[in-house]
Design a protein around this ligand. Structure first.
Ligand code: PLP
Length: 480
């Protein structure tokens, strides 16, 4: 087992980890005595110990570069290092948002072209890159819908329908914009319950927000019918395209009848999702919503690129023009993969998820036994019968060296294990994960205690999750 460098243990009075050069400037006076601390609780360690301590800490971090990361819905997808290099080219990093347009034509051209690429990928008519994340893209969508109906003087629509499987940001956004929310239940196959939907649609409904693929990782085959029902009652179809990596190059939101959709560039298009890093949630709309897009968008006049504000814009969503670094990476991703590469992304994402589904469905209960899209969802039913929870399975996976999948989401599946392998994982990696999951299912029956007390091989054992969230201990303190 590896030795861990714990600062209080290696700290000894008198050890020093740095040497300062001789003073070559005039010494200045120290502050008065009572302003100086006599005891400073800092560890005293040698240089090599300090380096080992930090290197050791860095190795405790689990990430996409260290192992398989099957976190469904919010997963770390393919984020090529090449695109990081492109995004930090000095021509991109040293421009200022308020430079005159004519001095940043290259940056504007890139934005203009990305608008066009995303418009084509989604089958829409116009795109704004300005939202800074998925939830902000959803906000932009709902603000546009609100402005659109106000503009038509249709003021009675105050309800948004949201499937019961939806990501929490969907109802939260609708509520933020002042709408009443009605949850549309799913049917036994995991699709939207069409009969229930019909009973809910009337002239008070402004829209339904629909995630595709759904947050059950499924393609709803009734989309055409949903599209007709929703539009027939005068409402609009608002898409959540946060997880595009199973549709890209295959199916377009515009062709499915959606009026608007937000994308998460920080999931599908080469920026890691999660960890609080930068995001970008462009919104792509059909012609009738184009005037309402959040500003600015980039237009081309003659040979020149320029920022412009759509005539009935819902306004700005941030201080500048969106998250430019993320925008650059998305552009590089699309161009480097090309149309054929994008299609392959979707095919690989779907085949990898279905491979896991087929291999694990004898070990874990599969609530919807049908072809899935980019992710597959199991339930804890069979493990629960022997006293094992989804959390026990997730913790035990850590012992086998894997990051656990998303757990307990979506809420409609009891004890959900939402596994998204992503398009880039090899068969060997998938097989190793499947093997670990099968072993855990066996352990659940034969040696449940080993799961209850897992993880055993990690530097920190099972945490009090509530205390960790409510009272995070983020600062190192000298305790000895
Ligand atoms: C389906 C769906 N919609 C919306 C979001 C929100 O995106 P963001 O985290 O960028 O706000 C997510 C995030 O994971 C998501 O999975």
């Amino acid at each position: 087992m590896r030795h861990h460098y714990v600062l209080p243990d290696i700290s000894k009075p008198g050890k020093i980890g740095c040497s300062l050069p001789a003073l070559d400037v005039p010494a200045s006076d120290l502050p008065s005595k009572d302003a100086l601390r006599q005891d400073l609780a800092l560890p005293q360690v040698s240089e090599v110990e300090l380096i080992r301590y930090f290197t050791d800490l860095s190795r405790l971090n689990y990430g996409l570069d260290t192992g398989f990361y099957p976190l469904g819905s919010c997963t770390m997808k393919y984020n090529p290092k090449l695109h990081e290099d492109v995004a930090v080219l000095s021509g991109f990093t040293s421009v200022h948002p308020y430079q005159p347009d004519k001095s940043v034509q290259g940056a504007l051209q890139l934005m203009f072209e990305l608008q066009g690429l995303l418009t084509e990928i989604t089958g829409m008519n116009m795109t704004s890159l300005s939202p800074m994340g998925g939830a902000q893209g959803e906000l932009a969508n709902i603000l546009m819908l609100k402005a659109y109906f106000r503009d038509k003087k249709d003021l009675k629509r105050k309800r948004i329908l949201v499937p019961d499987t939806a990501h929490g940001t969907n109802p939260a956004t609708a509520a933020m914009c002042g709408f009443e929310i009605t949850a549309v239940p799913s049917d036994a196959d995991g699709n939207l319950d069409l009969e229930k939907l019909k009973s809910m649609l009337n002239d008070e409904v402004i829209a339904i927000t629909l995630t595709m693929p759904t947050t059950l990782g499924l393609f709803d085959p009734h989309i055409e019918e949903i599209n007709q029902l929703v539009h027939k009652c005068g409402a609009l179809l608002c898409g959540d395209g946060a997880n595009l990596n199973s549709l890209i190059g295959k199916v377009k939101f515009g062709d499915m009848g959606f009026d608007c959709v937000q994308l998460n560039l920080h999931k599908t298009f080469s920026t890691p999702h999660g960890g609080g890093g930068p995001g970008s949630g462009p919104v792509c709309v059909k012609e009738h919503l184009a005037d309402f897009l959040p500003s600015p968008i980039v237009a081309k006049q003659g040979d020149a690129y320029t920022f412009m504000t759509p005539s009935k814009s819902v306004g700005r969503l941030g201080s500048a023009y969106g998250n430019f670094g993320v925008i650059v990476k998305a552009y590089a991703y699309i161009l480097s993969l090309g149309a054929a590469g994008m299609k392959q992304v979707s095919e690989n994402a779907v085949i990898n998820a279905n491979y896991i589904k087929e291999k694990l469905k004898d070990s874990y209960y599969l609530p919807y036994d049908r072809t899935c899209m980019h992710e597959v969802i199991f339930a804890e039913k069979w493990q629960k019968a022997v006293g094992i929870s989804t959390m026990d399975v997730a913790k035990r996976l850590l012992d086998y060296g894997f990051h656990p999948p998303t757990v307990y989401f979506p809420l409609v599946v009891e004890g959900a294990l939402m596994i998204e392998p992503t398009e880039t994982e090899s068969k060997e990696t998938l097989d190793a994960f499947i093997e670990a999951m099968k072993t855990i299912a066996k352990e659940a029956k034969e040696n449940p205690d080993i799961l209850h007390s897992a993880p055993h091989n990690t530097p920190v054992k099972r945490l009090d999750e509530v205390a960790a969230a409510r009272k995070p201990d983020l600062r190192w303190k000298m305790t000895k």
